[in-house]
Design a binder for this molecule. Structure first.
Ligand SMILES: [Ca+2]
Ligand SMILES: [Ca+2]
Ligand SMILES: [Zn+2]
Length: 433
């Protein structure tokens, strides 16, 4: 039934000469969730439980403060045609976009309307291509797999789960508790020479169900899948002209938001449905790849004010060049999800091991320390020495001074501290007494 509909509607659109964009689905995360619920009853409830748990975990409960969480990423490029084998420069650009958006360093953040500025959220999440693969081998964090499949679109599900399986012509994920796996592939509807993008991306929200037994996943494994033309803001083959939005890499920003637990800002329903986030105004439907800042489709009260629809939000379907913000509530949720459900991504992760190859041996003495500690390194170092307390809060920063730096700690409270020079020396711990 579904097959008939897809093919028939594709031909209809084609014959009618309508804009290709009108058939494009911006995000199929909800479809993914419904599909998975069918084969694994209880799945959707499980994602709700995770959402509620993350939401109830106010920042600070786990003493993680607002430290930057660094998530290692592996990008799996699975290609048939040459243009699907996107260049490294496109991947680097997409990582840049993610980092700017999740640190609110995006240049277009200035376009957010003034009434929303008090709610703008900085997630302090950083994405880095992995430096080491699951076997500890140095890697670029990019895999490239040539496939005989001209498209990964599955007519039954409307998804592209086969891309997550080597046996099915894609590539198996890397350890999903340690890496954010992003597959980039073609999941367009391909019939002969006709090619029609259907879904731009989808993601798996966190859930707390037990893992699937080995070999039985049929794909459906954790991560993000992206149509290759919307990866990066410098994509050499962006979606064809006529699409009502500019490709700016925000499909990935949106999908990673789902991966970190966020829902669509309109709550996937009318005004009676909402996204579970207190500081996002509700909307009665998604935007249509546009940027209508005058609409106020639902009456609600955020700090007593009925705000208009927040079309600048990454979790809407507004135009990519309209989007420029998460809210503080969304940020709190995403960080709660990391702390509750995706902690192995950011905690003591060998996949990350930023510059592990260049790490310089160091020692710290005396320990316990009283008035000062000395950081001694086997090679001369510069850069900032950062001291954090047991909660990860930065309490002091001093400039490193060659082979030996004496650090005054007389002003610190008694307790446990950690010293790092990011990417240069491994964290050293000491006690102040
Ligand atoms: Ca809301
Ligand atoms: Ca409103
Ligand atoms: Zn979505």
């Amino acid at each position: 039934m579904k097959i008939t509909f897809l093919v028939a509607s594709a031909f209809f659109l084609s014959f009618a000469g309508m804009s290709q964009a009108q058939s494009i689905q911006r995000c199929a995360t909800i479809e993914y969730m419904n599909h998975r619920e069918n084969v694994q009853p209880g799945y959707i409830q499980s994602t709700k439980n995770v959402f509620d748990a993350a939401k109830s975990l106010k920042s600070g409960n786990q003493a993680k403060s607002d430290e930057t969480y660094i998530i290692p990423v592996v990008v799996h490029v699975v290609y048939n045609k040459a243009q699907e084998n996107i260049d490294d420069s496109v991947i680097f650009d997409q990582i840049r976009v993610l980092n700017e958006d999740y640190k609110r360093q995006n240049a277009d953040s200035v376009n957010l309307r003034a009434e929303f500025l008090p709610y703008a959220g900085k997630a302090n999440i950083e994405f880095k291509l992995a430096n080491f693969d699951p076997n500890g081998i140095p890697t670029t964090g990019i895999t490239r797999t040539q496939t005989t499949k001209t498209s990964f679109l599955n007519f039954g599900s409307g998804l592209a789960e086969d891309v997550k399986s080597t046996a099915a012509g894609g590539i198996d994920p890397w350890n999903q508790s340690r890496y954010l796996n992003i597959w980039v592939c073609n999941m367009a509807l391909v019939i002969g020479t006709m090619e029609m993008p259907m879904v731009l991306g989808y993601a798996t929200p966190p859930d707390n169900l037990p893992n699937w037994p080995a070999g039985s996943t049929g794909g459906m494994s954790d991560g993000v899948v992206i149509q290759y033309q919307v990866f990066g803001s410098n994509n050499p083959t962006p979606l064809a002209g006529g699409t009502p939005y500019t490709v700016k890499g925000r499909t990935v920003t949106h999908e990673v938001g789902h991966y970190l637990g966020l829902r669509h800002i309109w709550g996937d329903g009318d005004c009676s449905q909402e996204d579970g986030i207190d500081d996002t105004p509700n909307a009665d439907s998604e935007s249509s790849s546009d940027c209508v800042k005058t609409k106020n489709t639902c009456v609600d009260a955020i700090d007593g004010v009925d705000l208009p629809d927040l079309v600048e939000n990454y979790m809407d379907y507004s135009a990519e060049d309209c989007q420029n913000t998460f809210t503080k509530g969304q940020v709190e949720l995403m960080r709660g999800v990391i702390e509750n459900n995706r902690w192995d991504l950011v905690n003591d992760n060998d996949a990350l091991a930023i510059n592990k190859l260049n790490i310089i041996d160091a020692s710290l003495y005396p320990n316990p320390a009283n008035s000062s500690v000395t950081l001694s390194t086997t090679k001369s170092v510069s850069g900032n020495i950062v001291i954090t307390d047991i909660n990860g809060k930065v309490v002091k920063e001093v400039k490193a001074n060659g082979l030996k730096t004496i650090i005054d700690v007389s002003d610190l409270n008694n307790g446990f501290y950690q010293i790092t020079i990011d990417g240069v020396v491994k964290a050293q711990k000491f006690v102040k007494l």
